[in-house]
Design a binder for this molecule. Sequence first.
Ligand code: F6P
Length: 373
Amino acid sequence: MTKSSGILTAGGDSPGLNAAIRGIGKAAQTAFGMHVIGFRDGFRGLMENRTVRLEGSALSGILTVGGTLLGTSRDKPHRMPVGSKVMDMTDVMADNYHKHHLDILVCLGGGGTQKNAFKLVQKGLNIITLPKTIDNDVAMTDVTFGFDTALGIATEAIDRLHSTAHSHHRIIVVEIMGHNTGWLSLGAGIAGGADVILIPEIPYDVDKVAEAIHRRRREGKGFSIVAVSEGAMSKEEVAAFQEVKQKKKTAKNKKDKKEAKAELAKLEAQRANHTLRLSRELEKLTGLESRLTILGHLQRGGTPSAADRLLATRLGTACATLINEGVYGIMVAARGDSTESVPLEQVVGKRKTVPLDHPWIESARYVGTCLGD
Ligand code: F6P
């Protein structure tokens, strides 16, 4: 009997999604004779039953295209905004899955998508996930697709910032994405030769950063590049968050809990300009001019790198073979040159942060990079 598969992309887009859709779709149809459809805009499209044909020419010419032809959203199946309400729509999604007589739904996404897809597993749907995100923070896979492209973009940005920082004898603080993990900043910082790299895994001391910049100046290097993860925090910020979180956890009544929540929201709001504040603080502490560059969504846009196209195609085609074999409830992980099926229970709710003894950290220290500690 012909098998039917659905595909959706959820969470932030990332380069390589179209390559993965193409890999799944081409292998599923040409090698295994399956029927394949796409759902638009992540889990929302599954709920609203908005589909896209993924047959024949629909899969041609997309390998090199950034973003996702299916569209995406950050909507969660169990907490979906519907009109003015937020509702659990997992049953509606399950109904639509059955309406299309699907044998499997493939969800392409990062950590949040793994969690959301698992909600549908709990409703009895057959699900396979693929790990994508520029943050590289999905557990149980060597790497996620999108990361290599973003790494290249952030590295090139640091390369370019060098000449202008050098010409003006300035500090340039460059904010790099990565959510609450430092893979992207650390990787791009090392590859681009940043003088300081600040990541969420290592709370920083601003005086240590200023000291490193002073040291460079004494050595005749009048400029410095400071690569900062969007999620990096100073030691003081970490302590403040810990204190309020503890307050919230141990609150004895509703009033105390509400207060703690409000304090937490205030701290979070203050985070909005944290790299600008750092840039200004460094200016004060060093007497050097400082400028901030926020790379933002540039890091997610455009053509996927060769490595991401290759990885996405490998994971996508491996996914099609697993569908053919009737395997589900797993994420297709990258393992060396091969792929591996990891039960979704082992992926959900975990985040792959940079281990403090990771070789990248060791290398950064050996080449004299200040990590803010
Ligand atoms: O997860 C990918 C990512 O780009 C993160 O690095 C960043 O924190 C977040 O998405 C930004 O999300 P949005 O595009 O929804 O603003």
